[in-house]
Design a protein around this ligand. Structure first.
Ligand code: SF4
Ligand code: SF4
Length: 440
């Protein structure tokens, strides 16, 4: 099979061995869950319950307050103990604290929705919206919004991201091996929503078993192709994946829909399948708990709202003093100040590094080697954007297309002078966006 790819990119060590062969196991039932009302990109939800209310699994407890938002559901049955602001992996949010009764009584609204052959595209879209489904690759963008393009947009292709190019993470890999049918069912549902006849599932070739499994699963499916991708970071980034699968280039500042494509993660497709087949909204997900700072790395099916420290405890606890706890992978993940935060829909993994691995090297002078420019998958000049950012010259940073940076971190990874390029580019982007908002 010919391997497809994109221009640029880097080759960080995979570090997936610890968990790639471990089947997903159900995490222990949490006694208490802390469910944030904001787990997605967009507006936070409004609480539908109050302290003292009894709730059931799958019950809607937070209503989306805007179009770009996604409802929140309870992952346990039990009693609402508190509604308060708490720390979350992405900052701070109002959380609904529920004490589980251990019974996992399912809410009456959780019922199979029928087969996709009987449902209209509009009905499937409504199911996706009501199930609170968001991108499970980590970005947590509400899925129903992606599937509601402006009426004049011509979408002709869906791409599922099974690349899982972040080092360490193996949650998508295991899902493709253990439940490929759900991925394909969810993909067919997506195709029906936007009436598309062509779809690709892109998988890096360091997951040959997953490629084989998915090939077998789609052999009788019309219009669905499996694309073997070169193992290279960031192969799973939207624009890079689109180029690898279709050779279409998303224009600067544009969205995938500008080239007729909608991209989703394989986990998102499986969540859609569950919502249609069983009626259960998005209340749990697979996450990889790994890194040298974890005693027994695992792939766990975790309930949204379970505390990181409880999840880590189920993996034998910390291996010595942890140096850094990250939600997600080492390249694009979010470093955490505490492990006392709840897992959210976007928790693809919990990575714990040792103090030695976590130590940031002392940055040195730029030696003008040009390596960061050579590998930037967005064809930017990170060295200049970073330099202008550090001098507070944000207009110049914008001229150098800072806003096209996909924050993949490849430039920081490759830099021989260990300059924290991504950090300064992020700051520049933030300032540029803030200035644009002010001038509106
Ligand atoms: S400038 Fe942005 S897109 Fe380019 S390598 Fe750096 S982080 Fe990635
Ligand atoms: S890779 Fe580092 S040292 Fe080389 S040009 Fe870019 S910033 Fe400078």
């Amino acid at each position: 099979m010919k391997l497809l790819s994109f221009r640029g990119g880097v080759h960080p060590p995979h570090r997936k061995k610890a968990t790639e062969k471990l089947a997903v196991i159900k995490a222990n039932e949490p006694k208490v869950v802390y469910i944030p009302l904001q787990q997605h990109i967009g507006a936070p939800c409004e609480a539908l319950v109050k302290v003292g209310d009894e709730v059931k699994v799958g019950q809607k407890i937070g209503e989306a307050s805007a179009f770009v938002s996604a409802p929140i559901h309870s992952s346990v049955s039990g009693k609402v103990k508190k509604i308060a602001k708490m720390k979350t992996p992405t900052g701070e949010a109002t959380c609904i604290v529920i004490e589980s009764d251990g019974l996992n009584t399912v809410h009456e609204s959780v019922l199979p929705k029928g087969d996709i052959s009987e449902l209209s595209g509009k009905e499937i879209l409504e199911i996706v919206k009501e199930a609170g489904i968001v991108g499970l690759g980590g970005a947590a963008f509400p899925t129903h919004v992606k599937f509601s393009p402006p009426p004049d947009t011509n979408i002709d292709t869906i791409i599922l991201n099974g690349a899982e190019c972040e080092p360490y993470l193996t949650a998508d890999h295991r899902l493709m091996l253990e439940d490929p049918e759900s991925i394909v069912y969810g993909l067919k549902a997506m195709m029906k929503i936007v009436n598309v006849k062509k779809a690709y599932i892109g998988i890096e070739d360091n997951k040959k078993d997953a490629i084989e499994k998915m090939l077998e699963c789609v052999k009788n499916e019309e219009g669905i192709s499996i694309v073997a991708l070169k193992t290279k970071y960031p192969q799973g980034a939207e624009k890079q994946l689109i180029y690898a699968c279709t050779q279409r280039e998303v224009p600067s500042g544009g969205l995938p829909m500008a080239v007729g494509v909608i991209v989703n993660n394989v986990g998102t497709a499986a969540a859609i399948a569950t919502a249609i087949k069983t009626g259960m909204p998005l209340v749990e997900r697979i996450a990889t708990i790994t890194g040298s700072g974890i005693k027994e790395p695992k792939n766990l099916l975790i309930k949204v709202g379970t505390l990181f420290n409880e999840i880590i405890e189920q993996c034998g606890g910390y291996n010595g003093t942890p140096g850094k706890v990250i939600m997600g992978g080492p390249m694009m993940g979010l470093a955490q100040h505490t492990d006392d935060v709840p897992a959210i829909k976007g928790t693809s993994g919990i990575l714990v590094l040792s103090p030695e691995e976590a130590r940031l090297p002392e940055p040195e002078q730029c030696i003008k080697c040009g390596k960061c420019v050579e590998i930037c998958p967005a064809f930017l000049q990170p060295v200049y954007i970073s330099a202008y950012g550090l001098k507070d010259m944000y207009d110049k940073a914008e001229e150098y297309r800072a806003l096209d940076c996909i924050e993949c971190g490849s430039c920081s990874f490759i830099c021989p002078s260990k300059r924290p390029l991504l950090h300064s580019i992020r700051v520049a982007k933030r300032e540029i966006i803030a200035k644009k908002k002010k001038s509106k």
